[in-house]
Ligand binder design. Sequence first.
Ligand SMILES: *Cc1c(COP(=O)(O)O)cnc(C)c1O
Length: 712
Amino acid sequence: MQSSRLRRRFADETALRHTSSERTDPAGQNRRIRSAVARLAHVDPGSVTPLETMRRTTGELPGLRVERYELRSPARDGIRAVLLAPSGPPRPRPAVLVSPGRRAVLEQVTGLKPPDHPDRNIAERLARAGLLTLTVDYGLDGGLPAALLSGRDEAAVLTQAFSLGSQPLLGALVEDALGALGWLRGHPDADPERIGLFGHSLGAAVALHTALLQDGEPLPLCAASHLGSYPLLHGELLSGNPVAMLPGILRHADLPDLYAALCPAPLQVQYGTIDPTLSRQDTESAAEQLRKAYALGSAQHRLEILGLPMGHATDPERATAFFLDALGKNAVRPAVPVPALRLRFDVAARREVTDRVDEALASGTLTLGPQVAEFEARAEPWVGREAVAVSSGSAALEIAFRTIGVAGRTVLVPVNTFFATAAAAVRAGAVVDFVDMELDGLGLDPASLEQALERHPDVAAVAVVHIGGVISPAIHQVTETCRARGIPLVEDAAHAFGSRLDGAPAGTFGSYGAFSLYPTKVLTSAEGGILTTPGPAELDTVRRLRDHGKVAYEAGLHDCPGSNWRMSEVHAAIGLAQLERFDAATRARQALAARYDEHLSGVPGLRRYDVPAGVTANGYKYLAYLPDGVDRATLKARLRTRHGVALAGEVYDTLLCEQPYFTAQGAPPARDFPQARWFAAHHICLPLYPSITPAQQQRTLAALRTELANLC
Ligand SMILES: *Cc1c(COP(=O)(O)O)cnc(C)c1O
């Protein structure tokens, strides 16, 4: 009765999953499954820190060195662990993280005490075969004081504790296991490139999810006594360990799909044909499903599914053979690629966003509501003036040009900028002309500006752009020139949220400051922008333009055309979560930029761009210059295909005067802008974002060194 009701519930979930998971793109499907696992586990794979050592004692078994540890994770203290190393001088060797079953005793698994079952000492068996093993006791039995437990199940008590932060217990165990992997990689006896995972029963669930959440390619996994379908294990047999699955997972994947998502990593799954916790028929059909899915994923996969004549157990010989092969000399993992940009919202930020979106949905106020107001208030200190949130950076620019009233007149823009700077002026009815840049601060060249002003007596506005997040000290001369002639200056600060010059933030130098919150910028709201204005009168106009020129929020009266340039509550929710973390993210970028500064001299031919004194750049772009004669496109292609390293996009590789839209209107040739032309041809942008690792930075520099030596 009960179970058939459960089955109907599962049928709904499974139907959802099958419509969304047609295996036409197995690699993409596996990525989606791994991403769902990370979300449901509330784990940020890329940012788990290695466990810390609290206590260490050493000992010996015949033929083995024993190190006993108490380790600490951000969530828990006193995680007991045992490292076993084959005796002899320390040397890097393949290593296995062992996750035992729920009721396993650490001392028995590691051979420190005689095992109660012949297969129980799996860690000792692997170590005797020449592998380094780290066995972690997750403390679900015997970790908490009996007096506090007062008869309750320890896992249930821990489940409650973690649910306060809405993390499932499995997520917390996996996070600790990822921390243990990080710890193991740093052990002097471990070869960090050759690490595998073993788990039995609940430990197999921990190991499986840990393998899925590795940053980069999944690790080799041997999983014992954990195969079947979730609906049967948890819905009908009721033999599934409640800790062993992630709440909500069935919408994305059943257990065989999770194993399949490890493809092409080597995988061994053992199950007992007389295991009383499994149904043989269900296990065999899960095995079949897994076999099919793995075969789809890659031609070079290594999958073994072993139905063995045993109960709820492990076959240590088969496990050992698997690891000796999977972690053998030829088994070097491919290096993690270096993407040009990786936008990462950590678990806490995502929870904040979803909660804020939920708040907006529940309230029914979806645009220009309290979250937009909060976003504007919190952005103000960063932009130095009252902030108006709009739908995009281009909207901010267009509103600024419309408020100034540039229609039918000339707007001067730097020849080296994004198309949107000029296009916004064009949409506001202006004719644009271009100004060369200066190479010290990458701003408008004051001499070139003077010449353009001589050419055009009707200039309605001048735009500057803080390229790469650098506010050029030459802006003082530009503001002086504009002030002397009574011409408003528009700062396109799309790159420069949080940048400063002599302490003053971007957005306070011109009459207007326009910021973009597009995802590639340092601060994002998915889509969005911010506009600052010279004073209260303009603030009022700008707010009216943003909302169809409405005279007042409630009134149906409009005194100018305006448009729909509003920011929604959903976008503000994302922006607020970003804003709260902006300071830390900026410091991370700046520290990473300083690392490049320090090591760039090790790349012959590459020249550093030095940010001028007085400038605090936000680290939006890290610029460097190529030697003459090196073709950037060739270099970038080689970095990508030979090293998996992607450089970030240039700022910019094509001057505005060479954009088809402007050449069709007879724009002057690039040779009229010698500095911008040189800059466009010579600069590159190294990958720089808060989640890039120092190792990835080193790989980027090493790849540049190799390829520049070939090309120079
Ligand atoms: C990104 C960007 C814009 C446009 O911002 P959107 O939010 O995409 O409209 C304008 N100018 C520059 C310099 C930019 O980099």
